[in-house]
Design a protein around this ligand. Structure first.
Ligand SMILES: [Zn+2]
Ligand SMILES: [Zn+2]
Length: 382
């Protein structure tokens, strides 16, 4: 009960204070020069409270890093220099097409306002916008096109819960979350799909909490291969509320199965060099020739050898740790299931559930047992 009270207080404060979220754009780049073109509407460029320029669809705005300042140029004319610049939209839904000139990066479009700040001798480009608008971009980037609305609704709740749970993840970088899969992929200003936008709208404010009222762990992956993974198999630690179970919804889908051949000598060298695998012992060698995982294991062959499957996955860049292995001639042939770490929600299983008519709360309840949906804005428990 105490936990429930604390989350209520947290949500109350949160919803009053923060409707907007700050996202670091092109966050893996050290930006020296960028270009902005108005995609729709118009934008105002400010240095503190001084208006430097108003730009519309025909204008080209450039910002580059010069000696510790940001230099603003519009249509070839310098408008000013400052340590920080704000680029503010005239109306909601106005958006900016941004591309990096140095280093070069492909154009992307974003709604909302932008803060350009100096950080580590480069420009920190931050998109400052409404949380729900941000989620429309995230749901498409993370969920891909062409799915049923209940899958997108489930993804929207996951992404909203994640944003709240990790609100301060990039505090030291000057924003809330980055635009990469490190946080959540955010590659567009909003989706091109009405279905995605209405999925976000129809779940507006909904987040998942556990039985103690804490924000639910929202791990997900592409395909579990028929059984989700124990979190400690993947990260060496337990995660409350998540555990392994058999998933019947994903086994006939696209990424349910894979195969990979690896030269036998490479495979054995890795096992011997890193784990002292006793290949000289005939029983141990025989066990190498035919390994079967009926259920997901944490260790390859047997725990006594101490070889975590996650290490093998990383070393040989495998789609998953859920594989059988046999030696055929000079190769090890792997028969694998699933794609990703396997913890939490299986996206292809969830897509399939949505196709079969399950609702988003049924989908979330299947992959996140004990989750409860809470409206963060109205504090209505559902
Ligand atoms: Zn991040
Ligand atoms: Zn699955």
């Amino acid at each position: 009960m105490k936990g429930l009270i604390s989350i209520v207080c947290f949500l109350f404060v949160f919803s009053l204070k923060a409707q907007n979220i700050r996202i670091g754009l092109f966050s893996d780049k050290s930006i020296k020069e960028l270009e902005g073109i108005v995609g729709k509407g118009s934008y105002f460029i400010f240095k503190d409270s001084t208006l430097l320029a108003k730009i519309g669809p025909a204008d080209v705005f450039k910002a580059n890093y010069v000696g510790g300042l940001i230099r603003v140029v519009v249509n070839g004319t310098e408008k000013g220099r400052a340590k920080s610049i704000r680029v503010i939209q005239d109306k909601q839904e106005d958006y900016l097409q941004l591309r990096l000139l140095q280093p070069v990066a492909k154009q992307r479009s974003y709604e909302g306002d932008f803060d350009l700040e100096i950080r580590k001798e480069a420009i920190n480009l931050i998109n400052n916008l409404d949380l729900e608008t941000y989620l429309e971009g995230v749901v498409e980037s993370e969920g891909g096109p062409g799915q049923k609305i209940n899958f997108y609704k489930a993804q929207a709740v996951i992404s909203r819960t994640y944003a709240m749970k990790y609100w301060n993840k990039h505090k030291e970088n000057g924003y809330n979350l980055c635009d990469r899969v490190h946080c959540q992929a955010y590659l567009h200003h909003r989706s091109a799909s009405v279905t995605i936008d209405s999925a976000v709208h129809q779940t507006r404010g909904l987040i998942m909490v556990n039985e103690n009222g804490e924000l639910y762990p929202t791990y997900f992956h592409a395909n579990c291969g028929g059984q989700t993974s124990e979190p400690h198999y993947v990260w060496n630690e337990e995660i409350p509320n998540l555990c392994s179970f058999k998933d019947t919804f994903c086994i006939h889908t696209q990424q349910a199965k894979w195969e990979k051949k690896i030269p036998k000598d490479q495979w054995i060298k890795f096992l011997v060099d890193k784990y002292d695998y006793p290949v000289w012992d005939s029983t141990s060698y025989d066990r190498l020739t035919h390994y079967v995982q009926d259920q997901r294991d944490a260790f390859y062959i047997h725990p006594i050898y101490g070889i975590p499957l996650r290490d093998i996955r990383e070393q040989f860049k495998l789609k998953s740790t859920f594989f059988d292995a046999e030696i055929i001639g000079e190769d090890v042939l792997l028969h694998g299931r699933g794609f990703g770490h396997g913890v939490g929600l299986c996206q292809e299983g969830a897509m399939n559930m949505a196709k079969r008519g399950y609702t988003f709360d049924q989908i979330l309840g299947y992959y996140y047992p004990q989750m409860m949906l809470v409206d963060r804005n109205n504090l209505i428990y559902k």
